[in-house]
Write a protein of this length. Structure first.
Length: 345
C-alpha cells in the first residue's frame, strides 16, 4: 500500500509519516524533480517524478510506503489510478502552525525568525494558490482525502510525539484501518448503498434508505416516501409528516411507505427464492420500526443490519429474536474529519 499525506505548512505531515514508519514499518518515499531516481534501499527513497514513484510502488504494492509529496491535483491524479493508494490530509490552527515554524527557524541557525504576517501569506498562497512561488492550490487536494486529521498540537503540549502517536492509534491509522478505507468491507459497501438510496427520499420527517442483498448481490433498493401516484411528501403529500408531530405520533395516518417496505415490495418473492431467504440480508440506515419488523419476519429475511438506532429498537429486537432473525448494528470505520486532541482524552 501507499499512503500519501498532504497538508498545510507545519501541520504535522512529517510527524504523521514518522508515526507510520516507527509504529507500522512503512518506508518513506520522496519526489525530487532535480534528483535522479534512487532505489538503493535507503530509508528515504527518492524519485524524479510521481510516475517514477508509482512504477516503483506498483511492483511492490504489498509492502508499506508513505510519501508527503502530494502537493497538487496533478500529482494526486497520478497516484489515484491505483487501488492501493490512500490520501490523508493534516491541518492545524494557524497559530499552532506559526509556533512550529518559529521553533523550526530557531533550530536552523541559518534561518531568520518568521513573522506572523509573512507566515499567514505563505500559508494562504499554498492553500489557495499563487504567490511568488506560483503554488498550485492545495485545498482541492485536501478535499479529496479519505481521512482528514486535525492536529491541534499534542506534541507541543507534552514535548513528545507519544501522545500524538497514541491518538493516531485510536484514529485507526494502522494497517487494518487503512485496508478498510482502501477497499470497503461488504457491510460498509452495502450500507453506503443504503445511504445513497436515502438521498432519493423526500420524506419530511426522516430520510431512510434500504438495500436487500443475497450472496453479496443487490436484490433491490428502497427509500421512504409516498406511494406511486400520490404527491411527494416534500410537496405536501403526507399530512402527518408535514404536520410537525413528534416521533411515533399519528403513525396510522402516515401515507409514506418505509424504505424497508419499498425494498421488500420491489423484490417480491420472485427475486428471492424461498430456499435463499435465510441467506438474504437487509441493510438499512435505521433500525426497522415494529411495523416493518413483522413484515421482514413474514417475508423470511435472515439478517438485518442497521447503522442508527430508532425509537422502537427494543421492541424490534424482541420480535427478531423470537422469529430467529439476526439483528446487528454496523459501526463504520473512523474517517472524515478526526480531531486528534479529542482522541487523546
Amino acid at each position: 500500500m501507499l499512503i500519501g499525506i498532504c497538508g498545510s505548512i507545519c501541520a504535522g505531515k512529517s510527524t504523521v509519516a514518522e508515526y507510520l514508519v516507527e509504529r507500522h514499518g512503512f518506508t518513506r518515499l520522496s519526489i525530487r524533480p532535480d534528483a535522479e531516481d534512487s532505489k538503493d534501499g535507503s530509508s528515504t527513497t527518492t524519485f524524479a517524478s510521481a510516475d517514477a514513484m508509482l512504477d516503483f510502488v506498483t511492483l511492490r504494492w504489498r509492502d508499506r510506503w508513505v510519501t508527503t509529496d502530494i502537493d497538487s491535483e496533478a500529482v494526486l491524479d497520478v497516484f489515484s489510478r491505483r487501488p492501493f493508494f490512500l490520501l490523508i490530509s493534516v491541518d492545524a490552527p494557524v497559530a499552532v502552525r506559526w509556533r512550529r515554524a518559529q521553533r523550526r527557524a530557531q533550530q536552523q541557525s541559518t534561518s531568520s525568525p518568521v513573522d506572523l504576517e509573512s507566515f499567514v501569506n505563505e500559508s494562504d498562497f499554498q492553500l489557495y494558490g499563487g504567490g511568488p512561488q506560483h503554488h498550485p492550490p492545495l485545498l482541492p487536494v485536501m478535499a479529496r482525502a479519505a481521512m482528514r486529521l486535525a492536529n491541534g498540537g499534542l506534541e507541543e503540549k507534552s514535548l513528545s510525539t507519544q501522545p500524538l502517536f497514541a491518538a493516531l492509534d485510536k484514529a485507526g491509522l494502522d494497517v487494518q484501518g487503512v485496508e478498510q478505507l482502501l477497499r470497503p468491507s461488504w457491510d460498509r459497501y452495502f450500507m453506503s448503498l443504503a445511504s445513497l438510496a436515502a438521498q432519493r427520499s423526500n420524506c419530511m420527517k426522516r430520510r431512510v434508505g434500504c438495500v436487500l442483498v443475497r450472496e453479496h448481490r443487490v436484490v433491490s433498493t428502497g427509500y421512504n416516501g409516498t406511494p406511486r401516484g400520490l404527491r411527494n411528501c416534500g410537496e405536501g403529500g403526507c399530512g402527518r409528516c408535514n404536520g410537525g408531530v413528534g416521533a411515533g405520533v399519528g403513525l396510522a395516518t402516515c401515507l409514506c411507505l418505509h424504505a424497508e417496505e419499498n425494498a421488500l415490495l420491489e423484490a417480491g418473492r420472485e427475486r428471492i427464492p424461498t430456499s435463499s431467504l435465510a441467506n438474504t440480508i437487509l441493510y438499512c440506515d435505521t433500525c426497522p420500526c415494529l411495523t416493518c419488523s413483522i413484515k421482514i419476519v413474514q417475508v423470511g429475511i435472515g439478517e438485518v443490519v442497521y447503522s442508527q438506532g430508532y425509537s422502537m429498537d427494543a421492541e424490534t429486537a424482541a420480535v427478531f429474536r423470537e422469529a430467529g432473525v439476526r439483528l446487528r448494528q454496523y459501526i463504520p470505520p473512523t474517517q472524515g474529519l478526526i480531531h486528534l486532541d479529542r482522541m487523546a482524552v
